[in-house]
Design a protein around this ligand. Sequence first.
Ligand SMILES: [Zn+2]
Length: 241
Amino acid sequence: MPKLYLIAGHTQGKDEGAQNLKTKETENLIARNILLQVFPKIKELIFTDLCPFDLTLDEQIKWVNKRASDNDYVVCLHLNSSPERKESGTLCFFYGGSEESKQKADAFLKVYAKEIGLRNAGLLADTQSRFGRLGIVRDTKGWAFLLEMGSINNDVETVKTKGTEALIKALKTLVGLSDAPVADNQLFADVPATHPDFEAVKWAKDKGVASGYPDGRLGVDEPLKVGRFLSFLKKYDNLSR
Ligand SMILES: [Zn+2]
């Protein structure tokens, strides 16, 4: 199973265009409160660690990289803002240049937006941010995402009241723990039709080479252990007899 690392906001910089100068505190306070509610619930399902609050960006990156491996997940929570103060909705930054990162962000954001009832304002590569790159996405190990949970000008009440539950559902989807029923066209609980290996997985399931775990997952993004590799080989060999 992958591990999950959660980070609340940022201690440096300010979000331009928010309605008050204490934006950074407001954003961080909301993100922290939500994470304090999310943490005890999600850690029962998957190994989860909460980044200490008040670390600088560099310290947050070091904190993650000391713990995470390439297969783990990193989610950093923010609220978005614009100088016009008319922005609304939720959006998610992914690792620019990785189609797989984009697809994971897409599944994550869709569930979050639906559950919280905010407009899905779409996906952005970290390189499209106004900083040109996002260190917390680009410089950390694992699958790292920055979620703008809603607009600091227009969505704060919604985020405060519905953010926790929405985030738990979205995180479960992100790490492959979704308890949604497996759709007819879905092969395994953790292999949506958008998964980059969907076709190969379909072949393996149809042929009986891969049957997955009792909980309905294939473990599609897990590292492959020798034992499981050999059992795949054995089933494949049986096919040709
Ligand atoms: Zn922010």
